[in-house]
Design a protein around this ligand. Structure first.
Ligand SMILES: Cc1cc2nc3c(=O)[nH]c(=O)nc-3n(C[C@H](O)[C@H](O)[C@H](O)COP(=O)(O)OP(=O)(O)OC[C@H]3O[C@@H](n4cnc5c(N)ncnc54)[C@H](O)[C@@H]3O)c2cc1C
Length: 341
């Protein structure tokens, strides 16, 4: 196990922020964890487990140990005529798991195609897109306790214990930084189970006269839409949606509608969801650039690094946006991206 010092993370986060990790190590095998837990660099420092770096903002150098998760492997644990149970190691690329499933005709994660990042990070924020989320298929999560004195034992969290919510889980919340997710198990359907009610997806299928025959058809459609709609981090540094959408009570919506009758909203069992991007646009931030950073011209939710930006510059922008929305709407925007300091 080779621990490096002052390791630059610019290529390991999709924002392309040039932050250094005081210590850095790549983890390729689960058995190596035992050794890792005992090295002084692990014992005496704060730790950050990193996957694809597509949901992090390094606000400064990381004064601790960064562990890059490269644990690989996908296996079918059991199957019958109706369903299949798949265990996947956390360092696998999420979209590779989608390909594994759709090539075999399994249903359940095709709407989550082309979400960047690793399998191990997927439960962190209960990844979701195009009318689906990980919670629909998750069976359990294997994770090691990182707290001192707990002998770093492995725990299997069943789905309920993961406390999955909208872009949220126990791992992003109550147990933040306390567990390293090594593997997840999901249960997929072998019986056709298509979910094409999401408006953009439905419109795309109709417009292109695509008749969905298998889960791969949906995966291909979602991948195509995502490629054309979202900015590619290789071309322009970003971490997808920077903020979570806003959930308000009906009374708050009604109040807002008096001034903004066209406010977009979705009613979800008595709670109203308002796209965070709408608030950002209303405050005039869409397409705005401040030196190296800015808000994407087509996506108000996507903050971008035009090149050479520091994490601090992006953080300043984040705080300005939050403050403006607080002042204009008296609402608090919450970052979806994990701020690392
Ligand atoms: C262009 C773009 C589009 C995106 N679209 C979507 C979308 O549609 N839906 C969506 O939900 N997300 C989306 N995201 C966000 C991102 O892809 C997901 O959050 C993804 O799950 C992050 O995976 P990662 O491996 O890159 O995590 P990282 O960024 O490496 O890590 C994210 C957080 O999880 C922690 N972490 C990572 N791995 C582990 C582990 N094994 N154990 C414990 N903690 C861990 C890290 O410490 C960090 O706090 C998008 C991002 C981009 C750049």
């Amino acid at each position: 196990m080779k621990i490096r010092r002052n390791y630059n993370l610019a290529k390991l986060n999709t924002f392309g922020i040039s932050a250094n990790a005081r210590f850095f190590v790549e983890l390729n095998k689960e058995v190596d964890l035992r050794e890792l837990f005992n090295v002084p660099e692990f014992k005496n420092n704060q730790k950050l487990f990193l996957g694809g770096g597509s949901n992090v903002l390094f606000t400064k150098d990381f004064d601790g140990l960064v562990v890059l998760n490269k644990l690989k492997g996908i296996e079918i644990l059991k199957e019958d005529s109706k369903s299949v149970v798949i265990r996947c190691m956390g360092g696998e690329i999420w979209h590779d798991l989608v390909i594994f499933a759709t090539e075999r005709g399994y249903w359940g994660i095709e709407n989550l195609s082309f979400i960047p990042g690793t399998v191990g990070a997927a439960p962190m924020q209960n990844i979701g897109a195009y009318g689906a989320e990980l919670a629909n298929v998750l069976t359990n999560v294997e994770a090691y306790n990182l707290e001192n004195g707990k002998e770093n034992e492995k725990k299997i969290f069943n789905k309920e214990e993961c406390e999955l919510g909208y872009r949220d889980s126990i791992f992003k919340n109550r147990l933040k930084g306390k567990y390293f997710i090594t593997a997840i198990t999901i249960t997929l359907s072998k019986i056709e189970n298509k979910n094409i009610t999401y408006k953009i997806l439905q419109e795309y299928l109709e417009k292109n006269k695509i008749e969905v025959k298998n889960s791969k058809d949906i995966s291909d459609a979602v991948t195509f839409i995502r490629k054309t709609k979202l900015p590619d981090p290789i071309i322009i540094g970003n971490a997808g949606s920077f903020f979570k959408n806003v959930f308000v009570e009906l009374a708050t919506l009604e109040k807002l509608q008096k001034t903004y009758p066209e406010i977009p909203h979705f009613n979800e069992e008595g709670i109203v969801k308002i796209p965070a991007g709408w608030f950002i646009e209303q405050c005039g931030w869409k397409g705005k650039r401040i030196e190296n950073v800015g808000v994407h011209e087509k996506h108000a939710l996507v903050l971008v690094n035009y090149g050479g930006a520091t994490g601090k510059e992006i953080l300043v922008l984040v705080n300005k946006i939050i403050a403006d929305i607080k002042e204009k709407f008296d609402l608090e925007l919450t970052p979806e991206v994990n701020l690392i300091s």
